[in-house]
Design a protein around this ligand. Structure first.
Ligand code: TYD
Length: 133
């Protein structure tokens, strides 16, 4: 499955706190064109429920925790994101669902392209149909 956890370096220590730096084509495997984040998500809410045709993303839970279910048409995996120095890379054509948001969770997403609604597949049946061709 074209999803995997990235571990980022932490600079600092327990006395002064930590800093993590993210750089295009260094510790992020694509050129970052867009950054967005979700916050104040009620704990019972599930988000995502879509795939992208071409977009690559890295999801980083900078505060709090979430679970992300990824499905590539064959295999399903659940990732727990609960560390600000960890990211989940999600390649193209992966159905994702985000759930179990802890209170005050901030999910930051780095994306390889500008926002384009035409790159989304929001219909699950349509997503599945891509693998039947
Ligand atoms: P969406 O990607 O569906 O978010 P989630 O999977 O977390 O629920 O986006 C939610 C809404 O925000 C949708 O109407 C599209 C809009 N949006 C933008 O305008 N720009 C962006 O960069 C993103 C990611 C979403």
């Amino acid at each position: 499955m074209n999803c995997y956890i990235l571990s980022f370096d932490e600079i600092g220590n327990i006395e002064i706190g930590y800093l993590t730096s993210l750089e295009s084509l260094k510790n992020i495997p694509f050129d970052i064109k867009r950054v967005y984040y979700t916050y104040d998500v009620p704990v019972k809410i599930k988000r995502g429920f879509h795939s992208h045709k071409k977009l690559e993303q890295v999801l980083i839970c900078v505060n709090g925790s979430i679970k992300v279910k990824c499905f590539d048409g064959q295999e399903e995996k659940v990732y727990l994101l609960d560390k600000p120095n960890e990211g989940l890379y999600i390649g193209p054509m992966i159905w994702r669902e985000m759930y179990d948001y802890a209170e005050n969770t901030v999910l930051m997403v780095l994306a390889s392209e500008l926002y384009d609604e035409d790159d989304y597949i929001r219909d699950y049946e349509k997503f599945i149909s891509y693998f039947k061709k």
